[in-house]
Every structure is written in C-alpha cells, then in structure tokens.
Design a protein around this ligand. Structure first.
Ligand code: C2O
Length: 319
C-alpha cells in the first residue's frame, strides 16, 4: 500500500540525531497547526506558465519582488501555517520523525532516502511558491533555482549573501567553495529516484544518486560547521530556515525534469500505484490544508511551472 498523508493531530516531537554522540537525539518541536478540513489537491488554473530562472541571472526587479515576498512571509504571525517559520517546520516534521505512518504507528514517516524524495520536495516547493506569489499579489511568481550545474552558478548566488536581505541566513559555512558537479544519467528508475517505500516499511530504504550525491553534498557544504548541528542547511530539521534551501531544491527538482527529457537514455518514472498513491499534507496559499499525491506532481506543467532552458555544459562535455 502507499504511504498515506499523516494525521497532523498525532504529530509529536521531532528527533534530531546528535552527530557527536551517535544514538542520542535532541527533541525539536515542529508540528504544524491542525486542521480537520482537508481538501484534495486539484491542479491550479493558470493562463501563463511560471518559469523558474537561474538565481544568478535574475533581474533587479525580480530580486526586489522576491525579497519582498520572503519579507512578508517572515512577517506573518508564527502560528500562520504560511509563515516562514511554519514553512521551515514542514521540512523538519516530514524529515525528523515527527509523524508516524498511517496504519503503522510503530513506523516513523521519513520522506528522505526513498522514492518519496523527489515528489515530496516538488510539492513542498510548489506550495511555498504559491504562498509567496499570493503575498505579493503575483500569481505568476516563480522561485529561482540555484543553477549549481552551470559554471556561472557554482557559488552561492549573490542574491542570498547580503546580510541585510531577507534572503540571507547567518548560519552558513563562512568558508564555502564551489562544489563538484555530479549529475549523471542512471540506468534504472530506482537508481535515480531511490528505493521503494510502502506502508509498513522502515524508514530509509535507500536514496537515489542525486539525493545521496550533489543534494547532500551541497546541504553539508553550505551548513555552518561552527553550529552545534551544522545548522541551517547542514541538518534536515533546520534546512528550511535558510531561504537558499528552496533554490537548492528547485534545482534538484529541475534535475528530475532533465533526467526525463534531456539525458540520452530514455528515463521514466515508476508506474507503481504505491508510489503514485503516496500522499502528503500541505497548507496552501489560502491556509487551507491540502492532500496532494505523488501522482499529482509528475509533470511540472500541470502544476503551472517549468524551468528556463539553460545550456547544459556538463552534458555537452561528455565524451
Ligand atoms: Cu528534504 Cu534537501 O532535503
């Protein structure tokens, strides 16, 4: 059976493993507000496709709008499920065992290290983007992506480094260096997406190559080694507190599209109904609680967005 969306009223403290003393956890509270009124996701109506652009190439006007949107999100009451704090907590709750699996209370719910990695983060960013758009009255607003697979995008994009900007986060490694790029084709869907994760399975069946490779390396590369738990990006529980998280994950999400459309081998998603039927809960731009399934997010165009086509130098250089 699929992994079903959790019961928010059963949310408990999240556990953050202590790196230095394996086996010990710190508890963090990151449960969202509870609502009993759950709406099933319907693809949005839109007239114009929202195009996500590389963060290092956006225009000054775009940056002003984006900053304003994040500023407004940070200014919302902390209890509002659309506030920046609550949005950051979404990641913590789904990634640090705050929920148990529906139907299998003895098993925690964890969206990483499995085939839920890509779809969960796609939907999470989708709702985050819609909330930002609503806050600035621009339904066409699209997140930027951190184009770390392009030579021009291999450092933290400039728009995130001004300490006075709402896009800044102080908890980052002061000594960052450009990462190594390692996007590659995979022969099987499982190698790309991660191993199957069905109702009753234990957490962490196994990550795909993107999740384990460039995704994790960049989390660790940006996280601050001087913070106790490598906050912010260096730890799941705190990653969502850095605005850069959403640009990093937009590029991860873009890799899913590229894998299907640009890489030489034909690649396709799972047809497995346990994958397609897995679901999550998110608050939308109107603060309604929405149940979205993996099957709802297979094609970004039905969600109303796409990625700007940029040169894929790493693909051209393959010999
Ligand atoms: Cu949910 Cu990059 O992690």
């Amino acid at each position: 059976a699929p992994i079903f969306a959790p019961d928010l009223s059963q949310c408990g403290d999240a556990n953050v493993p202590l790196r230095k003393s394996p086996g010990t956890n710190v508890s963090v509270h990151c449960c969202p507000p509870v609502s009993t009124n759950i709406i099933d996701f319907k693809p949005p109506r839109f007239t114009k496709t929202r195009t996500r652009q590389p963060a290092h190439l956006v225009s000054p006007d775009y940056v002003e709008n984006f900053k304003e949107a994040i500023k407004r999100m940070k200014a919302l009451d902390e209890k509002d499920p659309r506030s920046f704090t609550q949005q950051a907590k979404v990641h913590c709750a789904y990634c640090n065992s705050a929920y148990e699996q529906m139907g299998f209370p003895s098993q925690d719910l964890q969206v990483h290290n499995s085939w839920l990695f890509f779809p969960f983060h796609r939907l999470y960013l989708y709702f985050f983007e819609r909330i930002l758009g609503k806050l600035i009255g621009d339904p066409d607003f699209a997140l930027p992506f951190w184009n770390w697979d392009d030579p021009g995008g291999m450092t933290i994009p400039d728009i995130y480094v001004d300490p006075l900007s709402p896009l800044y986060d102080a908890k980052r490694n002061p000594k960052h260096q450009p990462p190594v790029v390692m996007v590659q084709g995979t022969t099987t869907t499982t190698l790309f997406h991660g191993k199957e994760y069905r109702m009753g399975y234990s957490t962490d069946p196994g990550a795909g190559i993107i999740e384990n490779g460039i995704h994790l390396s960049l989390h660790k590369w940006v996280g601050d080694p001087n913070q106790p738990l490598k906050e912010d990006l260096g730890n799941f529980y705190s990653a969502g507190y850095d605005p850069l998280f959403y640009a990093h994950h937009a590029n991860i999400d873009r890799m899913w599209n590229l894998w299907k459309t640009k890489l030489p081998l034909p690649h396709c998603d799972f047809k497995d109904t346990d994958w397609l039927g897995s679901s999550f809960l998110f608050y939308d731009e109107n603060a309604n609680l929405v149940r979205a399934r993996v099957g709802d997010c297979i094609d970004t165009k039905t969600l109303g967005y796409d990625y700007k086509d940029v040169d894929l130098k790493w693909l051209e250089n393959e010999c």
